[in-house]
Design a protein around this ligand. Structure first.
Ligand SMILES: C[C@@H]1N[C@H](CNC(=O)[C@H](c2ccccc2)C2CCCC2)[C@@H](O)[C@H](O)[C@@H]1O
Length: 442
């Protein structure tokens, strides 16, 4: 019998994180839109590395923030815009330059499947207010302008065609078509942005549109929800759960409610007792930044380390790609996705469907860490030895025989000092993380 939710916080709090989200572990975030046309941002810091103040907002590495960056009126993006497009060039003119002429959603979905992703989250409306779906509440959308198609619908169909789950990102509290005072600090971001009841209704109506048109498995709201519309949330979220039985939402609704908490680069909090999700771009930006090259984006080893450490601590990794305006995915991004898919193809047994072990991760050195997951009564030992070709570590309190999941991993294990000593001589096809299954949990 399908559970029905009432539009009350009490009823919503009965919602459990669905099994598919606990099991899925790895998703692909996609930031695609008008900002993909200029595709420019300075390469400065990771979010959280410096305080979110004027220095951050006037040197914003997020290419999807191009509109705000040029409206700040000074800084690298402003200078770039004036030089490349001219002072009088309006951001909205990108709406007729974005053609997505080489876009093949089925190709994207095949790549995400090969990457070993279980879900996808696409921007439907980012802070610039441009909608990638045929909203009836604005003509500033991709079916009327630019690509002249329902980007959200076409990708949703392709992703579901590969049996992956489709999630939708919505910029709830910030929409620069309603309020575009330059954002120069967090107070602007959380308090000044879009202050009207009219906007709160608009955000509510568009969210209902997205739920009713696409029934997304994830409703990924960003930054916050309009304060003037907080009383709408119980209805919106109960409608969401009543429409999408195994739907899931994040924690960016003004700390009023969540299924999972979120981290973003170095920002945000996570504790292993609750379900959480780590999101980041391949480089310093979510939107495509044409300035970013292979050496400036996360290495394959670091991406695999991030996936393993996130999953071992009860999180999911939502790794972002920033496609080009023409619909192609930069090769350096595709290469990372395929490498993660290969690693998961060999070691996925320790990841998909696993649960956080009571054993905490052990950090031997900055390069050498051991993580644990559990699944179906087996304990998995994931030895991450970044940059090393061989490694020897003793894991205390373990016993039993450890079998490498990758047949090409060459390793010995020995009982020593009340623990199990692992000596890995060859990491085979497993990049920097060798995974062992221990058939008895001690
Ligand atoms: C996925 C990314 N989300 C960004 C919004 N980030 C957040 O709301 C950031 C955040 C980070 C972690 C947890 C909750 C919220 C806050 C903004 C400054 C301090 C922390 C967007 O600004 C960005 O363009 C991209 O869409």
């Amino acid at each position: 019998m399908k559970k029905r939710y009432a539009s009350t916080w009490e009823s919503l709090k009965e919602h459990q994180v669905p099994q598919w989200y606990e099991d899925g572990k790895f998703g692909i975030f996609i930031h695609w839109g008008l900002y993909s046309v200029p595709a420019f941002a300075p390469q400065t810091w990771e979010l959280g590395e410096v305080p979110p103040d004027e220095t951050w907002f006037s040197n914003n590495p997020y290419a999807e923030w191009y509109y705000n960056s040029i409206h700040v009126g000074y800084g690298p993006s402003y200078d770039y815009h004036v030089k490349k497009y001219g002072k009088d060039f309006k951001y909205e003119q990108f709406a007729d330059m974005w053609k997505a002429e080489k876009w093949n959603p089925a190709e994207w979905a095949r790549l995400f499947k090969k990457a070993g992703a279980e879900y996808v989250v696409l921007t439907t409306k980012h802070h610039d207010g441009f909608c990638l779906f045929p909203s009836k509440y604005t003509d500033y959308n991709a079916s009327k302008r630019g690509p002249q198609r329902d980007i959200v619908g076409d990708l949703t169909d392709a992703v579901r065609g590969e049996n992956l789950r489709m999630g939708l990102y919505y910029s709830g509290i910030v929409d620069w078509t309603f309020a575009d005072d330059p954002i120069l600090n967090n107070d602007d971001l959380f308090h000044t942005a879009s202050p009207t009841f009219a906007y709160a209704d608009y955000a509510y109506n568009q969210s209902m549109e997205l739920i009713d048109r696409y029934a997304p498995s994830v409703f990924w709201n960003d930054i916050g929800w309009p304060r003037q519309g907080e009383h709408n949330l119980p209805y919106l979220l109960s409608h969401y759960y009543n429409t999408v039985e195994d739907g899931v939402v994040n924690d960016r609704f003004n700390d009023l409610y969540y299924d999972f908490t979120t981290k973003e680069y170095q920002s945000g909090s996570a504790n292993r007792r609750e379900k959480w999700e780590m999101c980041r771009g391949m480089g310093l930006s979510f939107g495509y930044n044409a300035m970013e090259s292979d050496d400036k984006i996360i290495s394959i080893e670091d991406a695999i380390s991030l996936l393993v450490s996130t999953v071992a601590n009860n999180g999911n990794l939502l790794l972002n790609i920033g496609p080009r305006a023409d619909g192609t995915i930069p090769e350096e991004q595709e290469k990372r996705l395929l490498a993660i898919g290969e690693w998961l193809g060999v070691n996925g047994e320790a990841i998909y469907g696993s649960r956080c072990s009571s054993r905490e991760s052990i950090k031997y050195t900055d390069q050498i860490q051991v993580h644990f997951t559990e699944r179906d009564g087996a304990l998995y030992v994931l030895i991450d030895a970044k940059g090393k070709s061989q490694v020897s570590v003793t894991v205390p309190g373990l016993s039993g025989n450890a079998v490498p999941l990758d047949p090409k991993v060459e390793a010995d294990t020995a009982k020593i000092d009340g623990g199990l000593r692992f000596t890995v001589k060859n990491f085979g096809d497993s990049q920097n993380v060798a995974v062992f299954r221990l058939n008895r949990i001690m």
